[in-house]
Write a protein that binds this ligand. Structure first.
Ligand SMILES: Cc1ncc(COP(=O)(O)O)c(C=O)c1O
Length: 276
């Protein structure tokens, strides 16, 4: 069975699923996206992800995406997918075909849903701090835009150095986020995560950890990551991943007691409600 791809309302064989070479998402990264997890074919936190897709589109001044149609596309793809223990659903929404420069076209938007299997992340992760800052004052700060060139470059930099994720500071020199994850640290026994004003994405997992585990939103200097008592990453595909190593600095414990508790609470609450 080939898992189909959904393009603008049509379910297609992956080999036939194409978009225009003039698509502005391809041309200039003029689009937004979401990555949603599925567990044995059931989406997790779909409502929050579709809300964020709408918000990202709004922040980029794109027409509002038809999230009801996209949700149907997600279910239609999953219905024909194998029973993956863990799946990854990618929703991409762009301004559609456009001219060769930055002006937008008027032929209508492009929406694509692709589903695939997600292999679980390692139990702990090593991270590499990159030398390039997130711009917390930029037009796309906190937007899940398809302009992810910064992230692709940073992740390649981290992987060359043995890291599994790259960590950004911001222009203020504070801790910001990873290329596809938010960061939490434990300092003086308190669980802390950067504020959204630091320029990080409003991660769905971050929000759930704040609600379910309790943590302070507080900006801290990037250097505090190296001195943390515990640290972890959050993301849709990882849930909570303890950080073992920051560059060459080993965390005192991974997972430490606060991280272990957060992992347990997240697993319990996430299992009890698939659309929290
Ligand atoms: C830049 C960035 N930060 C944080 C996250 C984590 O967000 P979520 O928990 O919604 O997956 C992501 C998700 O991929 C991301 O791309």
């Amino acid at each position: 069975m080939t898992t189909p791809v959904w393009v603008n309302g049509e379910l297609l064989d992956p080999a036939q699923a194409t978009v225009s070479v003039f698509d502005h998402g391809l041309m200039v990264g003029d689009g937004v996206f979401e990555t949603i997890k599925s567990v044995h074919g059931r989406t997790f936190a779909l409502t929050r992800h579709l809300d964020r897709l709408k918000l990202s589109a709004q922040r980029m001044d794109l027409p509002e995406p038809d999230v009801e149609a996209i949700a149907e596309g997600v279910q239609a793809c999953l219905a024909q997918a194998p029973d993956w223990p863990l799946g990854r659903i990618r929703v991409t929404y762009t301004s559609g075909p456009g001219p060769l420069g930055s002006d937008r076209g008027s032929e209508g938007t492009t929406a694509v849903v692709i589903v695939g299997e997600q292999k679980p992340f390692p139990v702990t992760g090593d991270v590499t701090v990159v030398p390039w800052p997130r711009n917390e004052r930029g037009a796309l700060a906190g937007v899940k835009s398809t302009s992810y060139g910064d992230n692709a470059k940073a992740l390649a930099y981290a992987k060359q150095r043995g890291g599994g994720e790259a960590i950004f500071g911001n222009l203020a020199g504070d801790l910001c986020e990873g290329t596809g994850s938010n960061v939490f640290i434990v300092t003086e026994g308190r669980l802390v995560t950067p504020t959204l004003a630091a320029g990080c994405l409003a991660g769905v997992t971050r929000a759930l950890v704040l609600e379910w585990c309790g943590a302070a939103e507080q900006d801290v200097p990037l250097s505090m990551l190296y001195e943390a008592e515990e640290a972890f990453l959050t993301s849709t595909t990882r849930d909570i991943q303890p950080i073992r190593l920051v560059d060459d600095t080993a965390m005192p414990v991974a997972p430490g007691p606060i991280t272990a508790k957060a992992i347990q609470v997240f697993a319990e609450r996430g299992a009890a409600d698939i659309d929290p």
